[in-house]
Design a protein around this ligand. Sequence first.
Ligand code: CTP
Ligand code: MG
Length: 186
Amino acid sequence: MYEIIALIELSLWFGLPAWIANATPVLLGGGPPIDGGRVLRDGHRILGDGKTIRGFVVGVIFGTLAGTAQSFVAPLIPDVLSEFVLITSDMETVLFMTIPIAVLMSIGALTGDLIGSFLKRRIDIKSGNPSPVMDQLGFIILALLFASPIIQPAPIYVMILVSFTLAIHWISNALGYLLGLKKHPW
Ligand code: CTP
Ligand code: MG
């Protein structure tokens, strides 16, 4: 049982810089859009007003800050964790966050977010309208890809991280709907 909890904890720990990078633009973004308002030949914006330069920059900064904080805490964790589980080398891999990993994951997350918006515009989904797959998977997959030259977590961690990323998004949307903050439960 503890093994499963440790697996989940470590997966979420590893994904934290990407999540922070993806979440902070919502709070601190805004200003001029990255695409400069330009429209492609299909008549739709390249990215749309939802993707701003400031949002990209604050996302990278805060994702990196989160990973930097984690890199200081990481060396203290094995002592605590080893009271509950046997620490494997797979665990150590995802545990030791470093600043370069955090930078790559943050830039990857924001890039994945842009790719998602680019694709949404191509299939005529307006800025702000949801696309259940692109909104949630783009950022986490690209964060993992960008970091992959430095770190390759065992597949189980990737699977847990991706599943939780999808689940958390859906749970928070459903909650927002139940609380009356959102019009739709998706
Ligand atoms: N945001 C930003 N810059 C970014 C990403 C996000 O400023 N690079 C801000 C915008 O205010 C955006 C909000 O965060 O409206 C929510 O982000 P997101 O859901 O990713 O964008 P959407 O507005 O839904 O646009 P899209 O349909 O392109 O995803
Ligand atoms: Mg959105």
